[in-house]
Design a protein around this ligand. Structure first.
Ligand code: NDP
Ligand code: HSE
Length: 436
């Protein structure tokens, strides 16, 4: 059918699994509307999969396993990559960009390590590189950072960007169960993948943090720059300790612009479990949902919330990018390029200011509190609050600090663990979302 002045944008789809399958469905079901919005028909030129025989649902004339041939075919305008992983995908996308194809991808692992190289190839060829689905699935987040907020100065991006770990922590919070049994239940229900390592060890969130920090602060941050701790060491005791003070535990990606006393700027990017007050907006984000908080000088605080994963939600973001690329092609223009002019250094985690919540089981006798307080003072860490509860001849002591360099807090905890009067360090966790 010849519509929209006969213009057609031809798409090579790489990968037709959870997300790719939904992209095919939506492209087919909404062909007319998409054509009207894009100003051109958006048609599939080919679909590359690993095992073509496993895809009887796809038109056989479109299916191939020869990705290299497909991405450089003269018949293709745009490559949509939904395979995942770094190699050989990096090479396929470089080949596609060099051949003048625009690229849409949801591949956070690749972008978190190789976005500079991909942007350079896109610039050299004068084509687009879009990746809205790479962070927080359906939630429009990267385009607001890249475009809507390009006139503002973003100071902080903090959020829940991994649905699997949020599901596990929410379940531990509501049931009081431990990490291992909750992970088992999450796998049984299909929330956690067969190999949940990338999610539970924080790699997935660290890739997303690198992408967010790069866009928010106009600099280059890679996954290896991001301090990463997963949730495998979060215990039922941590959740119970959080609960006592009206807090809960979340795995957060936190990206900050840090200004030193001499005015020099750097960025900090980290992923780790934190205690946040139950009244905080992020505390109410349950199950597999994502939510991201952005703070900027002029805009103030913004929050983005929605489904961070799943076939259809992620396909929504992919199609949004595809329509944007098609529109650009129709008018002969391009979307935004990489903006890395700030070139800010990444601050090591040890120098990043954080706050700690430390729960201790201590002997209940004179001088104990003084010894604990001395350990904090010895590292220059100021205490914000202390709470003690007695039980027979021991006491449960909770200390919450003011902001201090993370290395100083870590050393303090090491020293406290060695004190004779400390029976057990019950829980140590960073605190966010409260006045400092
Ligand atoms: P799936 O594992 O469901 O699908 C992967 C697809 O890639 C399959 O169709 C597979 O073929 C194909 N494939 C794998 N290796 C090759 C190869 N060597 N050559 C050709 N095709 C290959 O992945 P998802 O759909 O879940 O994820 C795709 C991307 O989207 C990833 O980058 C992921 O991180 C990202 N993403 C996923 C989200 C989600 O909720 N699933 C959310 C946000 C982002 P075959 O079918 O024959 O095996
Ligand atoms: N495994 C990821 C998650 C998928 O659990 O959030 C979305 O990127």
């Amino acid at each position: 059918m010849s519509t929209v002045d006969g213009r057609v944008i031809r798409v090579a789809l790489l990968g037709c699994g959870t997300v790719g399958g939904e992209v095919v469905r939506l492209l087919t079901e909404q062909a007319e509307e998409l054509a009207a919005r894009a100003g051109a028909r958006v048609e599939l030129a080919g679909i590359a999969v690993r095992r073509p025989d496993k895809h009887p649902e796809l038109p056989p004339e479109l299916v191939t396993s020869d990705v290299t041939k497909l991405v450089t075919s003269p018949d293709v305008d745009v490559v949509v990559e939904l395979v995942g992983g770094i190699e050989p995908v990096r090479q396929w996308l470089l080949d596609a960009l060099k051949a003048g194809k625009s690229v849409v991808t949801a591949n956070k692992a690749l972008l978190a390590e190789h976005s500079a190289e991909l942007f350079e190839a896109a610039d050299a060829a004068g084509v687009d590189l879009y990746f809205e689905a790479a962070v927080a699935g359906a939630i429009p987040l990267l385009r607001p950072l890249r475009e809507s907020m390009a006139g503002d100065r973003i100071t902080r991006v903090m959020g829940i960007v991994n649905g699997t770990t949020n599901y596990i922590l929410s379940a531990m919070d509501s049931t009081g169960a431990g990490y291992a049994e909750t992970l088992e239940e999450a796998s049984r229900l299909g929330y956690a993948e067969a190999d949940p390592t990338a999610d539970v060890d924080g790699y997935d969130a660290a890739s997303k943090a690198a992408i967010l920090a790069s866009l928010a602060f106009h600099t280059r941050v890679t996954a290896s720059d991001v301090h990463r701790e997963g949730i495998a060491d979060v215990t039922a005791s941590d959740l119970a300790a959080a609960n006592v003070l009206g807090r809960t535990v979340k795995l957060l990606a936190i990206c900050e612009r840090v200004t030193a006393d001499d005015g020099t700027e750097s960025v900090s990017a980290r992923v780790h479990p934190v205690m946040i007050p139950r009244g905080h907006q992020l505390a109410g984000v349950g199950g597999a949902y994502n939510a991201v908080y952005v703070e900027a000088d002029a805009a103030g605080e913004l929050m983005f919330y929605g489904q961070g994963a799943g076939g259809a939600p992620t396909a929504s973001a992919v199609l949004g990018d595809l329509v944007a690329v098609a529109r650009n092609r129709v008018v002969g223009g391009r979307g935004p390029r990489e903006s890395a002019h700030a070139a800010l250094p990444v601050r090591p985690m040890g120098q990043t200011p954080t706050r700690y919540h430390v729960s201790l089981d201590v002997a209940d006798r004179a001088g104990v509190l003084a010894q604990v307080a001395q350990a904090f003072a010895g590292h220059g860490v100021s205490i914000a609050a202390v709470r003690q509860r007695d039980a027979n001849d021991t006491a449960s002591l909770v200390v919450v600090t003011h902001l201090a360099p993370d290395a100083a807090l870590r050393s303090t905890v090491d020293d406290i663990a060695k004190l004779d009067v400390v029976n057990q360090v019950v829980s140590v966790m960073r605190v966010e979302g409260e006045d400092q």
